[in-house]
Design a binder for this molecule. Structure first.
Ligand code: UD1
Ligand code: CA
Length: 484
């Protein structure tokens, strides 16, 4: 392969998106449209990338620079057509040799291997230009490939085509591989005498033919791969196709996906073999799931790590780590900085933020844990609150190893509970608890007899109390049989 320069045209407006965000920056599968293109371009082995920006370039340019810092940025301040855009790129990138591949910035389904195949075919034949084409049932809007007796003779745009030409179903994907020297020479020869008064890159094909140079089209089996997203409906449609592709790839790599239609996996997610994903699950960003873990149903995990054999059910998590063999859910909210140790548990209706829960430690029911460390083997009782905020500052709570906390405890940070300590039910823990101590803070229970009759006279509550007292119903002893 000779040196490959890829030009990415990303100066257009994308008005049909009706968005303050530039079209190229809209996301599917966790990457922007142009991010997907740049990934494919890198896969295709580009030695140089020139991105043409214009419309909203104050947003597009830094985005491209972040993804691919080595990309040359060319500014096209007025969008005068694809040939004009390429000319701006050629001048900025000083491109005049090797192969130059022109691509668009809004085609997220494009595969690196397709670009590679196009370039290989183009170079093997030594042509001036090779068009990536395809046959489509609805060619409306596309440039049509004109074929004469001696092969491809040109491309005609929709608006300039005759009725006969409009019937042609072979279309220009827009992606064209050029010989660099030919491209540099032909660009100044392209005019804008056409229906749109634009400088059409596609005119380069007929000019090459007129010069007696070789051109051809490389027909892609499924040219929808080169489709752009022009509005939100197309964005969703391409997102669905891309997701199907990603989910299928993981299934081929040994992941069980019970319901591919309701499973959404971003491009950068990593899954190990024998992971199981249950319906209604979204895996976002840099999420990583290790072998034998089961995630779902109904989980949204963003930038989260799930360890070997862990189980995560109906959970919303971001920047969290779930240790091997650990259990999370159902109805659980793991906020950034949550780290759950091996075989630990964060149970139903529990919210955790910026806290480390040690190996084998459990927060099983209805609790809030914030800015805490909880040691190995500790059990936090139902309905426990870590009061980490005094209204001004956040404070930390440190709970030692093998601590038993009763239910309904409030830990008022900053506070430290030593290893092996116990806290009584409903305790309000404001002061440190030494190792092995039992901390109680709730006062002794007092029963004020007859209170309901005195203070709630005339209510069903008072009536029930009165009836029970008259009948001499015992308040202690065996509860009535419930069958349990
Ligand atoms: C173009 C092709 C057409 C092809 C179709 C495939 C030309 C003349 N026509 O038509 O044959 O079937 O793509 O989608 O090339 N752009 C710039 N600067 C400009 C103009 C465009 O950067 O001055 C960029 C746009 O951002 C876009 C791409 O080039 O990513 C294509 O431009 P667009 O105007 O959409 O071309 P089409 O009319 O779709
Ligand atoms: Ca277009």
């Amino acid at each position: 392969m000779s040196e490959l320069t890829v030009i990415v045209l990303a100066a257009g407006g994308g008005t049909r998106m009706k968005s303050k965000t530039p079209k190229m920056l809209h996301q599917i599968a966790g990457r922007s449209l142009v991010g997907h293109v740049l990934a494919a371009v890198s896969e295709a082995g580009a030695s140089r990338v020139v991105a043409v920006v214009g419309h909203q370039r104050e947003l597009v340019e830094p985005h491209i620079a972040e993804i691919l810092p080595e990309a040359v940025i060319a500014v096209q301040s007025e969008q005068l057509g694809t040939a004009h855009a390429v000319r701006v790129a050629v001048e900025a990138g000083a491109v005049s040799s090797g192969t130059v591949l022109v691509t668009y910035g809004d085609t997220p389904l494009l595969r690196g291997e397709s670009l590679r195949a196009l370039v290989a075919d183009h170079e093997a034949a030594g042509r001036a230009a090779t068009i990536l084409s395809g046959i489509v049932p609805e060619p409306f809007g596309y440039g049509r490939i004109l074929r004469g007796e001696t092969g491809v003779s040109g491309i005609v745009e929709e608006k300039d085509a005759t009725d006969e030409e409009r019937a042609i179903t072979e279309i220009n994907s827009g992606i064209i591989a050029f010989d660099g020297a030919f491209l540099a020479g032909v660009l100044p020869r392209i005019g804008n005498d056409n229906a749109k008064k634009e400088f059409y890159l596609t005119d380069a094909i007929a000019l090459a033919v007129a010069d007696g140079l070789a051109v051809d089209a490389f027909v892609l089996d499924d040219v929808t791969e080169a489709e752009g997203a022009n509005d939100r409906a197309q964005l969703a449609a391409l997102g669905k196709i891309l997701n199907e592709r990603i989910v299928t790839r993981w299934m081929k790599d040994g992941v069980t996906v019970m319901d591919p239609a309701t499973t959404w996996i971003d491009a950068d997610v990593e899954l190990a073999p024998d992971v199981t994903i249950l319906p209604g699950t979204q895996l976002i960003g840099a999420t990583r799931i290790d072998e034998d873990a089961v995630v779902g149903p109904d989980c949204t995990l963003k930038d989260t790590e799930v360890g070997h054999g862990a189980r995560v059910v109906r959970t919303q998590a971001e920047l969290a780590v779930v240790g091997p063999g650990a259990n999370v859910g159902p109805f659980t909210y793991l906020r950034p900085g949550t780290v759950l140790g091996e075989e630990g548990k964060i149970g139903g209706f529990v919210e955790v933020k910026n806290s480390t829960i040690g190996p084998g430690a459990k927060v099983p029911h209805l609790s809030y844990v914030g800015d805490a460390t909880i040691g190995e083997g500790t059990n936090i009782g139902a309905g426990t609150i870590f009061a980490n905020y005094d209204g001004v500052t956040k404070h930390k709570t440190r709970i030692g190893r093998h601590v038993k906390s009763g239910s309904g405890v409030t830990f008022v940070a900053p506070v430290v509970v030593g290893d092996g300590a116990t806290t009584g039910g409903e305790a309000l823990i404001r002061e440190d608890v030494p190792p092995g101590a039992l901390a109680v803070s709730a006062g002794q229970q007092r029963n004020i007899e007859g209170w309901a009759l005195a203070k709630r006279a005339g209510t069903p509550q008072a009536a029930a109390a009165e009836e029970a007292l008259e009948a001499g119903v015992p308040i202690l002893g065996e509860p009535s049989a419930t069958g349990e």
